[in-house]
Design a protein around this ligand. Structure first.
Ligand code: SF4
Ligand code: SF4
Ligand code: SF4
Length: 196
């Protein structure tokens, strides 16, 4: 599991309040946002090495990120911008539209590999975590969060897994041209605003 997605130890043995959770919410699953990376490329600052990344504003969650990567399971994972999350009890990234209850039983779980976990914060708020070791990058949860929620879940290439192919196999088939090259020093394009 990636560092930023571990459940947090409160250090006091007690539950953290939603305020505590949100106060720490500028963390983004252990990732460093790549603000300005696209702008730098547009200005022609191409001297440093680059890596592939997904522009979350273009991704339409087609499913190819789960099936086309040369790495198995895919180097693409779901990441979570906590600052955008509503901490919803009825999280549509986590739960199917039509479910039989508010449990993580298979019939309710949107994720096909049970990679999304949640922790109760205070009624009615829950904090969601992605188990990246299980996530296959299918984007099904991202689609649910984008359709019904704030869009805090999105897909990113994890650079501890990606082998930075000269021609990314997923980029070749991506129907929305969501793959771009970004500076290796700022390798993530983290969503920082609610979906439009
Ligand atoms: S192939 Fe493109 S559109 Fe499809 S899930 Fe991946 S980034 Fe999104
Ligand atoms: S639904 Fe797909 S993208 Fe979301 S956590 Fe599960 S495997 Fe990963
Ligand atoms: S560059 Fe290669 S390893 Fe990385 S996401 Fe694309 S296909 Fe997978």
């Amino acid at each position: 599991m990636a560092e930023g997605h571990r459940k947090e130890d409160t250090g006091s043995g007690g539950k953290r309040s939603r305020r505590d959770v949100i106060a720490g919410a500028m963390r983004i699953g252990g990732l460093v946002a790549a603000g300005g990376a696209l702008g730098a490329l547009a200005r022609g600052e191409r001297s440093e090495p680059t890596v592939w990344q997904i522009d979350p504003s273009k991704c339409i969650q087609c499913g190819k990120c789960a099936t086309e990567c040369v790495v198995t399971p895919s180097a693409v994972k779901c990441v979570h911008t906590y600052a955008l999350c509503g901490y919803c009890k009825l999280c549509f990234g986590l739960l199917k539209d039509k479910r039989t209850g508010n449990t993580l039983a298979a019939e309710n779980n949107r994720c096909p590999v049970d990679a999304i976990k949640r922790r109760f914060v205070e009624d009615p708020f829950y904090e969601m975590f992605i188990d990246e070791s299980a996530c296959i990058g299918c984007g099904i949860c991202v689609n649910g969060c984008n359709r019904f929620g704030n869009g805090s879940l999105h897909l990113q290439i994890r650079h501890d897994r990606c082998v930075n192919c000269n021609q990314c196999a997923i980029a070749k088939v991506c129907p929305s041209q969501a793959f771009v090259r970004v500076p290796a020093s700022r390798p993530y394009l983290i969503r920082t605003a609610r979906r439009g």
